[in-house]
Each structure stands twice: as C-alpha cells, then as structure tokens.
Design a protein around this ligand. Sequence first.
Ligand code: CTP
Length: 155
Amino acid sequence: MTTVLTYGTFDLFHIGHLNLINRLAELGDRLVIGVSTDEFNAGKGKTSVVSYEDRARIIASIKGVDLVIPETSWDQKVSDIKEHDVDVFAIGDDWRGKFDDLKELCEVVYLPRTDGISSTEIKQMLRVLDPQHITEMQEALAVMSRLLEHYRDLT
Ligand code: CTP
C-alpha cells in the first residue's frame, strides 16, 4: 500500500487541479489531500472565493481522493506524514526544491503544472465583472467621450 500526500488551496477548482490530482493518484494506492483552511490562507494574505468547507467537499468528491484533511500550518507536514503512514509527498513543480527536507521521511516528487491556468488568473479575469471596476471603466469612457467632443468642436 503506497500512500501519497499533497497540500493546496484548490480555489475555483480548474483543469490544472484535476490534472494534478490524476497524476497524484497514479503515484500510489491511497491519496490524502490537505486543503488549506481560510484561516491559514488569511495568514498568507490569500483570500479564497470558495470557502474551506466547500473546497474540501469538492476535493473529497474527486475520483482517486481517499481522505481530505485541513491544512492549518506550514509545520504539520512531518506529523501528517507519520500519522497517515505517507510514502510519497508530491506537489506541483512551482514548489520545486521547497520541500526537499521531507526526503528524510518519504519520497518527494514535484509534478509538472498545467500551463496557462491558475486560480489567480481566473480571479483576475472575473475582476472585469466587479461593480467597482465597471464604474471605473464607465468613468474613463465618459472622460474619453468628452475629450473627443472637445477635439471635434475644435476642427
Ligand atoms: N497546479 C497545477 N497546475 C496548475 C495550477 C495548480 O498543477 N495550472 C497545482 C499546484 O502546483 C499545486 C496544486 O495544483 O500543487 C494546488 O495549487 P493551488 O495553489 O491551489 O492552485 P493555483 O491555481 O496555482 O492557485 P493560485 O493561483 O492561488 O496559486
């Protein structure tokens, strides 16, 4: 029985997350995922669109995921590896080298990320729908429109 462990926020669940989970599931027989809590993310200055409870339910319902645990601190990895009898710690290669110290306890694998998608990019794209952003765009258009009228009157 090979147990695999990873951690992540998994906000606005997307194809990069699914690809990663599929690759993680192929590394062993049992997959444990630590989902970052809202409080842990707040400490990192990160805010999720989707609450911890909903992100944890989504991840738990993905084929190949056996157990979801809360990620509440940077320091829990060693005790989680021991408690869940972990053989492989794996995570996307944006973290390459960051968790090499865990090699004393288990195998450490950095998996390739899916290109061109991230929760941050989705949030930036959704920003165009933000009422404040729409108001700013309307104000900018009004200024441009007045300028164009001014130049038309001059010619
Ligand atoms: N991941 C991936 N491919 C992507 C995006 C994420 O393989 N395109 C992986 C990350 O490397 C990590 C896991 O998915 O192992 C969870 O990452 P997370 O930070 O929650 O997702 P991101 O979309 O990268 O979110 P953010 O933009 O907030 O960092």
